[in-house]
Design a protein around this ligand. Structure first.
Ligand code: SAM
Length: 219
């Protein structure tokens, strides 16, 4: 099968299980019209993240890699009114578009957007205010830094989700060594010996190709 088949399959399932989301459509259009890269999670992946967050009753969520705010909006919808999503973005244009999208989606009050290198923003976050869920979705070579910081900032029983962990199978192809593949492989090597988490990779196929999430629970 090809990516067209996967995309068609995802759309078919979405047509039963997802209702039309005018806000997220507007977010995607706003992002595309300004030439931002088309690398947000898919609609069904976004919904999956929303359901995951709700299934653990998450109140505080940390996201690394905001882009136009597509996944952050799904997280903001998942947390209660007194909850918070802290999302970290390097690129000022992405951050500006995301802020506009948060307003548009009516979730701006629940979101704290920190602009700058995520590694710097993370160090400044207060470990007294632990998160329930951390979503890692930025520059892949920094995955180990983000993972280490995520554990520092996560409550016991909290969840870490790492996007793009399969990369078209290239992570498992040791002949292939770009930053993305190396960044995921380094993270896997660190997690292998990490007694503080239990984790698994869930591969996915769909409109976003062949990829996957690492899903980890902090003990
Ligand atoms: N989570 C978003 C979604 O699904 O809607 C997509 C995030 S996109 C794949 C990755 C984002 O990480 C980009 O907007 C990029 O500018 C940002 N990024 C890259 N390097 C970064 C860094 N060092 N610190 C913070 N953000 C970074």
């Amino acid at each position: 099968t090809t990516i067209e088949d996967w995309a068609r399959s995802e759309k078919f399932h979405d047509s039963f299980l997802l209702s039309k989301d005018y806000i997220l459509d507007a977010v995607a259009n706003h992002s595309a019209s300004l030439g931002l890269p088309d690398v947000a999670v898919s609609e069904s992946q976004g919904k999956f993240l929303n359901l995951l967050a709700r299934s653990i009753g998450a109140k505080r969520i940390l996201e690394i890699g905001t882009l136009a705010g597509f996944s952050a909006i799904q997280f903001a919808r998942a947390v209660p009114d007194d909850g918070n999503v802290t999302t970290l973005e390097l690129d000022p244009l992405h951050a500006k578009v995301a802020s506009e999208n948060f307003e548009r989606a009516g979730v701006a009050k629940k979101i704290t957007l920190l602009v700058g290198r995520a590694a710097d923003s993370l160090v400044a976050l207060d470990p007294e205010k632990l998160f329930d869920l951390v979503f890692i979705d930025a520059d892949k070579l920094s995955n180990v830094i983000y993972y280490t910081e995520a554990k520092r900032l996560l409550r016991s029983g909290g969840i870490i989700i790492v996007d793009n962990a399969v990369y078209d199978g290239k992570v498992a192809d040791l002949e292939f060594n770009d930053d993305w593949a190396l960044g995921v492989r380094e993270l896997l090597a660190v997690m292998k010996d990490d007694k503080e988490v239990e984790a698994v990779t869930i591969p996915t196929v769909g409109a976003r190709g062949f990829d996957g999430f690492i899903y980890a629970i902090r003990k």
